[in-house]
Design a protein around this ligand. Structure first.
Ligand code: SAM
Length: 327
């Protein structure tokens, strides 16, 4: 699909370029904020799986730049924004970047160190593995990311703080959620730490996409909870990773104990529909619309390595091995 054609078919892709966002995902976080006011009072935040960085840009524009540009910035109270991803990303004002795998304990330690004993008010995670199209497999790998994110949450989030995480819905939607075992376990795990959990579908997220966002409010770990015990605790309820005691089919999500997680659409519902095509606007001079380049292409996308590997394979297996070791 050419740029102009995508501009027509994907209004949020076009708007992202016009407004200087690195990815259309920026609108998802903005629309979640419209509904849940997630930035209120936030001074410290962690952005997990952040590249290419449109959520970090939102955090920078909403939290960092307004203070940086005001006289208050002199009292040293600038917000702390820490962003992590496997991929490197181009710098963003006020955002500390950590390159690493969030499922690796060492990465979590680096993040925690940045907080220097202080706690975060908000943790967001838009993590997604490379989607294979095999829904069960995609849900499983996604759940590993959520579990890693939850581990970091238990170390850095302050009591009362918020956690926003991308989830995959599987094929069944809304009230059928509880039919899906992975989601059952996920709900149990999230409800263990957050009394208020809502699933949100921003207007900018296509209906055809299985993604939604868990908006978890008022972090309240169980009494006496020790972060080191997280995995043991999750094993008891059946962790979202599918490990351990997986008896998610019974218990407090059944019968009179059934828990319904509210599901809300968010963003201006009379606004742009991500599943519709919109004609390109004419310019003031009456000339045709000039498609813009992406704001910041990824600096080391995985497909580049794949192309290099493909090229190397035609030059012999030795080069291939060397490249895969280097990457
Ligand atoms: N929120 C980002 C934005 O607004 O630009 C988009 C995030 S993109 C949908 C998903 C990201 O998850 C990718 O950049 C990918 O590298 C990252 N990711 C996937 N698995 C990861 C892992 N184990 N650790 C860190 N990042 C991971």
């Amino acid at each position: 699909m050419g740029k102009a054609s995508r501009d027509k078919r994907d209004i949020y892709y076009r708007k992202a370029k016009e407004e200087g966002w690195r990815a259309r995902s920026a609108f998802k976080l903005l629309q979640i904020d419209e509904e849940f006011n997630i930035f209120q009072g936030v001074k410290r935040v962690v952005d997990l799986c952040a590249a290419p960085g449109s959520w970090s840009q939102v955090l920078s524009r909403k939290l960092y730049l307004p203070i940086k540009c005001s006289p208050d910035s002199r009292d040293g109270s600038l917000p702390l924004i820490v962003a992590i991803d496997l991929q490197p990303m181009a710098p963003i004002d006020g955002v500390i970047q950590v390159q690493g795998d969030i499922t690796n304990a060492r990465t979590a330690e680096v993040v925690i160190k940045h907080f220097d004993g202080c706690k975060a008010d908000l943790v967001v995670c838009d993590g997604a593995p490379d989607v294979t199209g095999l829904h069960d497999m995609d849900e499983f790998v996604q759940s590993q990311l959520i579990l890693a994110a939850l581990t970091i949450v238990t170390h850095v989030l302050r009591v009362g703080g918020k956690f926003i995480a991308k989830i995959f819905r599987g094929k069944d939607t809304s009230l059928l959620y509880c039919q899906v075992r992975y989601l059952r376990c996920l709900i149990k795990s999230l409800k263990l730490f957050f009394p208020v959990v809502t699933f949100a579908k921003p207007k900018s997220s296509r209906n055809s996409s299985i993604e939604a966002f868990a908006v978890c409010e008022n972090y309240s770990p169980p009494e006496g909870f020790n972060e080191q015990d997280l995995h043991r605790l999750l094993e008891k309820v059946g962790s979202p990773s599918g490990e351990g005691d997986l008896d998610c089919s019974s218990g407090w999500l059944e019968g009179p104990n059934k828990v319904y997680i509210p599901f809300v659409a968010c963003g201006d519902l009379s606004g742009y529909d991500s599943d519709r095509s919109y004609p390109l606007p004419a310019t003031a001079e009456g000339t045709s619309y000039q498609s813009l380049d992406p704001v910041q292409p990824p600096i080391a996308p995985p497909y580049k390595t794949a192309l290099e590997l493909k090229k190397a394979s035609s030059h012999g297996i030795k080069d291939l091995e060397k490249l895969s070791l280097d990457s």
